[in-house]
Design a protein. Structure first.
Length: 433
């Protein structure tokens, strides 16, 4: 409650206008149904359509997101308790619940794709068993997860990993036999994705950006950035504006080798040390779809960490549990202090989402060379009638990137003259003036 009580105050933001506010496909259930054959993420779109047709405004959408996150926390706790016991599970759930990097998947309405897919995915893992009805229910939940976000395609691998971690002595071969229906379902799901004209368009766009092999350095850079956000919680940004590297630098090559080595070591240790090894492998697995062969226009987005945070939380839980056995008071103090700092940081980050201008001021502060952040900040002030501040933001965007067509068009669309400035406008950027 401390962390998320202020998460529902903000308006729609950025992509929300394209996927919800200005998207007629989610404004009526009939329109949603007609769009399913040629659309993407039908389960996610249905959640938007149900809320929009029920008359929910931004507040209702935000409350729904927080509720989804609360359900995810409980599911994370249950899965980790099954694998690691009560103390590591409690710590894992706490870290997952209140880490501020989760705000992009919770406070940002469009981030729901990550949180809702995670809920369906973990629920499927918990339901899975050899009983036919439970197995069918788990596969149905997998289908819903895939209908929220394509990265859920790794669910069969997550199921395999969970099966091995839960019964290490049985080995990989037996676990693979038990999970064979999930792999078959993933193959069917992948075939349906490739059969969709819209998905083929998106894949063609991805290949136009960078080829699969050429994208690997960008993936390593993305993982390095996301790892840094686990600690640099005061430098979160909705738009990190990472430039895709051209080829391998020595630092990226070393980073790639380290990631491969860590993953290989975790695989080797899974049977002897299942809890920490599972945490590492889960983290890497859920970053794999967005950091390997499929190029994205934005190299990294913090919401991609949402499902991966289960692995981070479980590693923290294993550490606290080990410390508790030797120094219980120290362990309790470290846990309480860490959770409090994370919760307060989440609350502070939620304030950035309370207005469009505040969100883009925060992005511009973190990355003062981000032309798109200044253009979006200018647009936020433009819509608010703060024309003088908007003008300065557009001009700053064009200084940073002279070919920014959006900023140039927005600047040309301002009313003649300086116009009004806002008391909390450009001055909020301090030394960036």
């Amino acid at each position: 409650m401390l962390a998320w009580a202020n998460a529902a105050r903000g308006p729609f933001q950025w992509d929300d206008y394209a996927v919800i506010v200005g998207n007629p496909r989610v404004h009526a259930l009939g329109a949603w149904a007609q769009a399913v054959p040629g659309g993407i993420r039908p389960a996610l779109a249905l959640s938007y359509a149900l809320q929009w047709t029920a008359g929910a405004g931004p507040h209702g959408f935000h409350v729904f997101n927080v509720a989804v996150h609360a359900i995810a926390v409980v599911l994370v706790w249950r899965l980790c308790r099954r694998l690691a016991g009560p103390v590591p599970a409690a710590v894992a759930a706490l870290v997952f619940a209140v880490h501020p990097v989760q705000t992009e998947a919770v406070t940002y309405v469009s981030g729901r794709s990550a949180s809702l897919a995670t809920v369906f995915g973990i629920a499927g893992l918990l339901v899975w068993s050899t009983a036919p009805l439970r197995r069918f229910a788990a596969l149905a939940l997998f289908a819903l997860a895939l209908g929220c976000k394509e990265t859920a395609i790794v669910w069969p691998a997550a199921l395999l990993l969970t099966e091995v971690a839960a019964a290490p002595a049985a080995g990989w071969r037996a676990a693979f036999r038990r999970t064979a229906p999930a792999w078959l379902s993933a193959a069917v799901g992948l075939a349906l994705v490739l059969a969709s004209a819209r998905y083929r368009e998106l894949l063609a766009y991805s290949l136009h950006l960078r080829g699969p092999i050429a994208n690997l350095p960008s993936g390593v850079q993305a993982i390095e950035y996301l790892l840094s956000r686990l600690m640099l919680v005061w430098r979160l940004s909705i738009d990190p504006a990472l430039a895709a590297p051209v080829g391998w630098s020595p630092a990226l090559a070393i980073g790639a080798l380290l990631l491969v080595a860590v993953g290989a070591a975790a695989l080797a240790l899974l049977r002897r040390h299942p809890v920490p090894a599972f945490g590492v492998l889960w983290f890497l697995l859920y970053l794999l779809p967005t950091t390997t062969f499929v190029a994205r226009a934005d190299v990294a987005s913090e919401r991609h960490l949402y499902p991966a945070m289960l692995g981070v939380g479980l590693l923290a839980g294993a550490g606290v549990d080990a410390l508790r056995r030797h120094a219980p008071r120290v362990a309790a103090g470290v846990l309480a202090g860490t959770v409090l700092v994370l919760a307060l940081s989440t609350r502070a980050r939620n304030r950035d989402y309370e207005s469009e201008a505040a969100l883009w001021i925060a992005a511009a502060r973190v990355t003062p060379t981000n032309s798109r952040a200044f253009n979006n900040l200018g647009w936020a002030w433009h819509r608010a009638g703060c024309f003088a501040d908007a003008r300065r933001a557009y001009e700053r965007a064009l200084v940073l990137k002279p070919d920014n067509a959006a900023a140039r068009g927005n600047l040309a669309g301002l009313p003649p003259g300086a116009g009004a400035a806002c008391a909390t406008g450009w001055n909020a950027l301090g030394t960036l003036r």
